[in-house]
Design a protein around this ligand. Sequence first.
Ligand SMILES: CSCCC(=O)C(=O)COP(=O)(O)O
Ligand SMILES: [Mg+2]
Length: 261
Amino acid sequence: MVVLPVPAEVSVILLDVEGTTTPIAFVKDILFPYIKENVREYLQTHWEEEECQQDVSLLRKQAEEDSHLDGAVPIPAWSGSGGDDPQRTIQAVVDNVCWQMALDRKTTALKQLQGHMWRAAFAAGRVKAEFFEDVVPAVRKWREAGMKVYIYSSGSVEAQKLLFGHSTEGDILELVDGHFDTKIGHKVESESYRKIASSIGCATNNILFLTDVTLEASAAEEADVHVAVVVRPGNAGLTDDEKTYYSLITSFSELYLPSSA
Ligand SMILES: CSCCC(=O)C(=O)COP(=O)(O)O
Ligand SMILES: [Mg+2]
């Protein structure tokens, strides 16, 4: 078996979700279709609620920033007054969400709405999150060895908590010391990793980041974070240069903690 020693200075393991802890297929075939199939009904049902209006405002702001992009869908303002028909705005939000999802965009606005929509599906037991079988045993072992374990995903913190709270392994939220999402910055920007270290209260070189995306690994490395690229069934392929350059693991069990020997 391949063994990747964890540097002695590492005390925090930072985990990506999609493609690292969780199959991409679960996200693409279960979570995302749920949004596309239910977004219109969700908006119709929750339109008058404060949370839904905040989500729409954030999407509208994002749409303004995206106006220069090919195919971007603007979201007209809605006065909220009785005479104003919300259906035109709802249609625009549906089109905007579908456009963003077709491009697999990771905007905070899209991810916030998705997190709110998944809440009902997880709470009703209609969806349970999938984790690769090596994930839970490895995380338990790391924590027993004194490591802290944090999550950093483009999925909102609320969505992350839904996944870890309602998984096929049961409620595994207690295995996580904390969560980060794009509110701290995008995963392809090195500054995000400096902010995460500062928020945890450690140096960047105390962190080992596990991700399937080399652009994220590169950004983390630029901030002096240790990285390993996770190769899982269904993940995007890596170039020969990437395979040579990065430390690769196919299972969390391949990480070796000298302190737990
Ligand atoms: C954790 S919420 C569901 C997944 C999701 O929406 C997403 O964008 C995952 O991105 P990641 O950064 O975990 O690869
Ligand atoms: Mg990922």
